[in-house]
Design a protein around this ligand. Structure first.
Ligand code: M6R
Length: 615
């Protein structure tokens, strides 16, 4: 949440900062702003709304500076208005700052600073920090303090409780940006005679080939030809420069209208990438070297815990079905945000997985840290190479789904399930899954991308159905067994991009309450693709029909719903192991077209942001 960027070099910083912000806009889009430092003066331009409005404003001013910082905001403290937009300037006019995170003790610090004569122009917690830096510059350092700018920032940060990724400019330091992080991501892109700062590799917009991932508790002083990193205790840190894989980071819209559309249609490719190099036909199993764990070690675990948030949490629920079914190991799934505070008793033979597309979700990151602190082996499934979660975990598997920009997760979800299926197969084949059962699953996995290509061809039919149902304000999504989490995901997708109230339930559970919602005004989307349970789901559908509820059935037995459902999306018959991945696709397309029909911005739904880096 919130994207921060910075530039110091020989070029005009303005277009670079605007382009970076455009790339980071998925992180928050309540307001945007930038600060340029030229001839000893700050030029700060900030505006409520999208980066495009800021860009128009900036174009009018035509400021050509070689150093600047910028920000795209997801509001936490203080309403969405120009005053609360970043950058913020200290009341003595000496520093300006952009911040991603939350300063929890800002009120105490603000009271202290007010008593010292500092004034405030916004309601934000971030403005408190820039004034605290000014205070330390003025009162806690002297002109002969070595690295006085960095030192003022460091001394201020010692008093901060909460999380931050910050970039700061100082009027007295016309060639230097100081950046720091704790809990919020911060990357330094290394160019030729220039450095860039960003919350995410994407913000470098292809301008850097190398990156320094700042770690929590580190502060960096950056000029156009130098970058020094220190710790909060003022010890120098050796710099570890990594190469950026721009093929993985590519996020061009191409010919698609929206990122969500592009990402839905990229799913066959994303699944192929998740599978590539990870299947052994000879052994009818998967090959998961990234887990960083030997088969002997893996055999010691007799319980698996998954932690994640949102859509990734739904993927974990599917993992529970897959791993329990194929590997016969008990699986528990926790919301990461609950796990970190719940102090759940965990058996010592528990293996922990955290799942996060962005690899930066604060709750998932904290769950990872909590689990590691307690001494558990903690592995990660993430789509973001080099992300904090991937760096801090004991091992794990990258999804390689390609950059997901649309706020509503689509290809990352199906690829997370695929990775979990590979894990189920791997552990299953070490335990009681036979060679021939393994071979069936391998066959199903490798043929799935093409099956998904066929399902995507249903988009025009689903678009028509979406138009028919787009005016309803309540929906139920019902599915049983492993299709229950898919029902939850279908409801979340619809809710987050179209603002329609939607709930997911196990179909049979409907009778215990949600059936009260059933009426001609509340359609139900019913998932029925598991032959073992389909007759029961048909009965549930009849119960809805009897109460004049409209039904959209997504089923591989359309004949059973011919006289019950108002609309049917016919699905292919697929192997049990991969079926739910396929069932997800029509739900994504349905939500997409309903949202478009209602005129919603599917890529940037209101109030949301792609990576949730604050609590
Ligand atoms: O990056 P993560 O996978 O950790 O993100 C978790 C959730 O914030 C995310 O899945 C969210 O629920 C999406 N907006 C769902 O579409």
């Amino acid at each position: 949440m919130c994207g921060i960027t910075g530039y110091v070099g020989k070029r005009n910083a303005t277009p670079i900062l605007i382009e970076s912000l455009t790339k980071l806009e998925y992180r928050g889009y309540d307001s945007a702003g930038l600060a340029l430092l030229k001839s000893g003066n700050f030029n700060v331009i900030k505006k409520t709304g999208r980066v495009a409005s800021l860009a128009n404003e900036v174009a009018k001013k035509q400021i050509d500076a070689n150093i600047g910082i910028s920000h795209t905001r997801w509001a936490t403290h203080g309403g969405v208005n120009d005053a609360n937009a970043h950058p913020h300037i200290s009341s003595d006019g000496k520093f300006t700052l952009v911040h991603n995170g939350i300063i929890e003790n800002y009120e105490n610090i603000k009271n202290f600073l007010v008593n010292q004569g500092y004034t405030f122009a916004s309601q934000t917690d971030s403005e408190v920090l820039v004034n605290l830096i000014a205070y330390h510059y003025e009162h806690r350092t002297s002109p002969d303090t070595k690295n006085r700018f960095t030192e003022s920032v460091r001394k201020a940060l010692i008093h901060i409780e909460g999380t931050y990724g910050i970039a700061v400019l100082g009027k007295d330091f016309p060639e230097e940006i100081v950046v720091a992080r704790k809990g919020s991501p911060l990357l330094i892109g290394v160019g030729k005679n220039e450095y860039l700062v960003s919350s995410d590799v994407l913000g470098f917009a292809g301008r850097a080939t190398n990156v320094i991932y700042l770690e929590d508790g580190q502060i960096a002083s950056i000029t156009c030809d130098n970058c020094d990193v220190i710790t909060m205790t003022n010890s120098p840190v050796g710099i570890d420069i990594k190469e950026i894989d721009w093929e993985l980071e590519n996020a061009d819209l191409g010919t698609s209208k929206t990122y969500m559309q592009k990402e839905i249609f990229e799913q066959p490719k994303a699944l192929e990438n998740a599978i590539r190099g990870r299947i052994s036909d000879d052994l009818s199993t998967s090959v998961l070297n990234g887990l960083n764990i030997t088969p002997t070690e893996l055999r010691q675990f007799d319980r698996i815990l998954f932690c994640a948030c949102g859509t990734a949490w739904h993927a974990c629920l599917v993992a529970e079905y897959l791993i329990e079914k194929y590997a016969r190991i008990p699986v528990e799934v926790e919301y990461a945000s609950e796990f970190r505070y719940r102090n759940a008793p965990l058996d010592k033979s528990t293996l922990v997985f955290v799942v996060s597309q962005s690899g930066e979700t604060i709750d998932t990151l904290q769950a990872l840290r909590e689990s590691k602190r307690k001494g558990f082996k903690t592995l990660a499934i993430t789509n973001s190479v080099g992300s904090t979660i991937s760096r801090e975990s004991d091992g794990g598997l990258y999804q390689y789904a390609g950059k997901e920009v649309g706020v509503a997760s689509t290809k990352a979800f199906t690829s997370q399930i695929m990775i979990c299926l590979l894990i189920a197969l791997y552990i299953g084949r070490m335990r009681d899954l036979s060679f021939s059962e393994g071979r069936e699953i391998v066959k199903a996995i490798t043929s799935l991308p093409n099956a998904i290509r066929d399902i995507l061809k249903l988009a025009p039919q689903i678009e028509k159905i979406a138009k028919k149902y787009s005016h309803y304000n309540d929906f139920l999504f019902l599915g049983r067994l492993s299709e229950f989490p898919i029902a939850l995901e279908g409801a979340l997708k619809l809710k987050e991009i179209s603002y329609i109230h939607a709930e997911g339930y196990p179909s049979a559970e409907m009778k215990h309450g949600p059936i009260a919602l059933v009426s001609p005004e509340c359609p139900s989307v019913i998932l029925a693709n598991d032959a073992e349970i389909t007759p029961k789901v048909v009965s549930n559908a009849q119960e809805i029909k009897a109460r004049s509820g409209k039904i959209i059935a997504i089923t591989n037995t359309p004949e059973l719903f011919a006289n019950i459902a108002d609309d049917i999306i016919a699905m292919p018959n697929l192997h049990d192991s991969v079926r739910v991945i396929a069932t997800t696709i029509p739900l994504q397309i349905l939500a997409y077209y309903i949202a478009l029909e209602r005129g919603c911005d599917v890529d940037k739904p209101r109030n949301l942001a792609k990576a949730v880096t604050v609590e």
